[in-house]
Design a binder for this molecule. Structure first.
Ligand SMILES: [Zn+2]
Length: 367
């Protein structure tokens, strides 16, 4: 027993040391209820936040507060680089509330809004200029590098354009291209800023809400991104993205999906993910009713439930509601929210942790 106590004490001390001398690239996939907020923290403590959660007084306050909680866990007090991937409310919505809480040193976006919408247009006219006036402002171009101590971050997509030359490890022919089917989409998702990050042997991508047609341009006929260890975001798991053209060519071992209780995580996406060669585990920010338990990851890979848990979760997927004013709200989740944390080492080994239940899994560098 005494030996055990000493061992526990030693582990606690060691954990404290590592918090100060961070050696990993840490990524927090923060629960913003089907929006996006993904925080990268380099071993030097430099930070890159992609998106800020949802629009509206209560959601913006809630989601920016959840981002600040993750920042505290990471031991950082400012955002060095903020990417707003595109001008949809589930991505820029928490920005003004976040900027009131913490300093933001650089704003990166794709340029003007392409899908006229009152909330985005008003925000861009009345609020955004005041924020960027106090910081650096960059309109992203494919090929740009973002300085993030020890981590090589490249912009691979922005404003409908992609990198022209493959990044290291990319460039192979992609056999899935022959079966590709284009899809209709809104104007703004395909404008998303997408990034690729390399840390030693570890590789990951987050493509914002880029859609199937952009995936095709990025991955066909030549795969410009190569393979990755972890695929982040997945456009909430929506079926307008996540073609086999992209997922099966990226060959991720792990996916971490920013879905909502009734947003994304759709059967077509789940099928593309789970049939991808070499795929091991999908981690979800929420259980999605759109997949039921039929196409869901097991519960221990899911970070969040709802404020009032149903007694039984449906096996069958429910159909996605057509957008419009008469859609009933999804199950509420405004109470405690849990992030999924990814910690990557330079040798390519990485660990993913579900902070709701403490379930954690380490993926050894094998390839
Ligand atoms: Zn979105």
């Amino acid at each position: 027993m005494r030996a055990l106590r000493i061992a526990v004490l030693f582990i606690a001390l060691a954990a404290g040391c590592f918090a100060q001398g961070r050696k990993t690239l840490d990524v927090y996939v923060i629960d913003v209820e089907g929006g996006n907020a993904t925080l990268f923290v380099s071993p030097t403590g430099e930070s890159l936040l992609m998106d800020t959660g949802n629009f509206g007084p209560m959601p913006a306050e809630r989601d920016s507060g959840r981002i600040v909680e993750a920042m505290k866990d990471a031991g950082i007090t400012q955002i060095d680089h903020l990417i707003i991937t595109h001008w949809h409310g589930d991505h820029f919505g928490g920005l003004a509330a976040l900027a009131a809480k913490v300093p933001i040193r650089e704003y990166i976006d794709h340029g003007p809004n392409t899908q006229p919408a009152e909330i985005a247009d008003t925000f861009l006219k009345d609020v955004y200029p005041g924020l960027i006036a106090k910081a650096k402002h960059t309109v992203a171009k494919p090929g740009d590098r973002i300085a993030l101590g020890g981590v090589d971050v490249r912009v691979v997509a922005a404003a409908g354009q992609q990198i022209k030359t493959p990044i290291a490890g990319g460039g192979g022919q992609n056999p899935a291209c022959a079966n590709f089917k284009p899809i209709d989409n809104n104007a703004e998702d395909p404008m998303s800023v997408g990034i690729h990050a390399t840390f030693g042997k570890f590789r990951t991508v987050h493509l914002g809400d880029n859609t199937r047609n952009i995936e095709f341009q990025m991955m066909c006929p030549v795969n410009k991104l190569g393979t990755v260890d972890v695929l982040l975001g997945l456009h909430h798991g929506q079926a307008t993205s996540n073609s086999e053209v992209m997922i099966h060519a990226l060959r991720p071992r792990v996916g971490i999906m920013n879905d909502g209780t009734r947003k994304g995580g759709e059967p077509d996406t789940m099928k593309a993910v789970y049939s991808s060669p070499g795929f091991e585990d999908l981690w979800q920010i929420h259980f999605s009713l759109l997949s039921g338990t039929e196409y869901s990851a097991p519960g221990y890979f899911i970070a969040n439930t709802t404020d009032e848990n149903p007694n039984a979760l449906p096996v069958a997927p429910i159909p996605a509601s057509a957008p419009g004013p008469n859609v009933p709200p999804p199950p509420a989740h405004n109470g405690k929210a849990y992030w999924i944390k990814l910690a990557a080492q330079q040798d390519g080994t990485f660990t993913v942790t579900n902070t709701r239940n403490g379930f954690s899994k380490t993926y050894r560098a094998a390839r």
